[in-house]
Design a protein around this ligand. Sequence first.
Ligand SMILES: *[C@@H]1O[C@H](CO)[C@@H](O)[C@H](O)[C@H]1NC(C)=O
Ligand SMILES: *[C@@H]1O[C@H](CO)[C@@H](O)[C@H](O)[C@H]1NC(C)=O
Ligand SMILES: *[C@@H]1O[C@H](CO)[C@@H](O)[C@H](O)[C@H]1NC(C)=O
Length: 205
Amino acid sequence: MVPAVIVFLFVLVTQVSAFRFCPKCGKMEVPYPLSTGESCGDPRYRIYCDNGVLEFMSAQGFYYNILSINPWSSKLVISPPLIQENTCYSSDLGLGGLVLDENLPFNISTRNTVMLFNCSDSILLSPLNCSSSSFCRQFEDAGKGGSGCRGTLCCHFLKDASMTSHRIRVRLGGCTAYTSVVGKKPNDPIDSWNYGIELQWLPPF
Ligand SMILES: *[C@@H]1O[C@H](CO)[C@@H](O)[C@H](O)[C@H]1NC(C)=O
Ligand SMILES: *[C@@H]1O[C@H](CO)[C@@H](O)[C@H](O)[C@H]1NC(C)=O
Ligand SMILES: *[C@@H]1O[C@H](CO)[C@@H](O)[C@H](O)[C@H]1NC(C)=O
């Protein structure tokens, strides 16, 4: 007979090792359940550590730099893709923008103000705010994201639960570039905008 206390310790040790934390990536902590490799974290919460830079991979295989992680609120912020110089194309345009795998436990949080640039007229039929007072005008007028988007038709919307929470869509003939600001209040001046796309993850089982 194996003494009960040994069985208990064995169960305890295997349980604890199932919750192994991943090592730091560069200067950033990798809180559980996020996983940078097979031996740590929960594999459903896979992110990548590339030469000390943490990255999140979309369903389309595009890598976005992770700017910050908040384990207490189960949120992380990824960097919006660059807008290519002299064009108004987001670097993930060819992949349709940001697309999250709906089978994974991440979605786009409701704290994002998303701005779309170089939109075709057909977008005006949508519930987006494409007026001359839209926040996206301030971005364009300040020459942010390169000069290519200046003067193009642009719109913004507040990410809410009624919009699809797994994608920010861009395409030729639609809108070709985007950015996002986290936690933006209506009157925040442009110099204080906190650029990023906030994702949230569901707790592990
Ligand atoms: C668009 O957004 C701006 C800035 O928040 C606001 O002043 C304006 O009323 C909005 N327009 C529409 C049509 O929602
Ligand atoms: C993301 O998922 C959480 C948990 O299911 C949910 O509460 C939240 O509303 C979702 N966010 C969006 C933008 O749909
Ligand atoms: C805007 O989008 C159209 C296609 O929808 C594209 O042909 C044009 O080059 C884009 N403009 C810029 C400045 O990138």
